[in-house]
Design a protein around this ligand. Structure first.
Ligand code: PGA
Length: 252
């Protein structure tokens, strides 16, 4: 049985004290929520991992980094490796976010390396894929998503693939206030699950958690999460206020 997950992606927001405060509010919200139907994850900047981990300890919220390096260690000034992330107690790393692909030129091949390093370090991966507005208008969105998944994930053995969560994030819906309709999202989620089924079989596909991301908020989460292939969300802007985030966490 696959898990439902709601994961926050704080991006480059909050100072460490602000992040610790936000994490405390999420922990309290989760503790107070009766009968939660999903796992809750907070994705935080590298600088916050250790301090936020201390707040999460003993609670029911999991911790994610937002990136890791494409090398294991060595002379890469300013980079943070997967083993470093894991050593903070983080459970997940978000990889392949469109902002990393777009602003930092992360390629499919580079992300394949990052996925391997993250899994080798014992992290689970929230792997993002999604098309731009131009690609959707051109009708190439299915192929774009397929290329991203095949190129960075489908070399994995079945056992390793069990540690992958996929996040579908149409770039045109990220931070724009424009959400994909629940039908548009479901269409892609079903397509992704079919790709996984073709590669790994129906059981693995059924067990794979596929999140939607892009202007997900309390007012639209319920409709999105009601779709059969949408197993939760990767939440940017709305994860920066505990009340909004909890409104999504409790939307199942
Ligand atoms: P958004 O971001 O919720 O602010 O649209 C989602 C994401 O980029 O993960």
């Amino acid at each position: 049985m696959r898990k439902n997950i709601v994961a926050g992606n704080w991006k480059m927001n909050t100072t460490v004290p602000e992040g610790v405060q936000l994490a405390k509010e999420v922990v309290e919200g989760v503790a107070a929520a009766a009968d939660l139907k999903c796992d809750v994850v907070v994705g935080v900047p590298f600088t916050h991992l250790t301090a936020v981990k201390a707040v999460l300890d003993g609670g029911k919220v999991w911790l994610a980094a937002e990136n890791c390096a494409d090398h294991d260690k060595g002379a890469y000034t300013g980079e943070v490796s997967a083993p470093m992330v894991a050593s903070t107690g983080a459970d997940y790393v978000i990889l392949g976010h469109s902002e990393r692909r777009g602003y930092y030129a992360e390629t499919i091949e580079m992300l394949k390396t990052k996925v391997d390093l993250a899994l080798a370090a014992g992290l689970k991966v929230i792997f993002c894929c999604g098309e731009s507005l131009d690609e959707r208008k051109a009708g190439t969105h299915f192929q774009v998503i397929k290329d991203e998944l095949v190129g960075s994930l489908f070399h994995l053995e079945e056992q390793a693939f069990a540690n992958i969560v996929i996040a579908y994030e149409p770039i045109w819906a990220i931070g724009t206030g424009e959400t994909a309709t629940a039908e548009q999202a479901e269409e892609i989620h079903a397509f992704i699950r079919q790709l996984v089924a073709e590669k790994y079989g129906a059981q693995v596909a059924d067990d794979t958690t596929i999140l939607y991301g892009g202007s997900c908020k309390p007012s639209n989460a319920q409709e999105l999460f009601a779709k059969p292939d949408i197993d939760g969300g990767l939440i940017g802007g709305a994860s920066l206020k505990a009340a909004d985030f909890m409104g999504i966490v409790t939307a199942f």
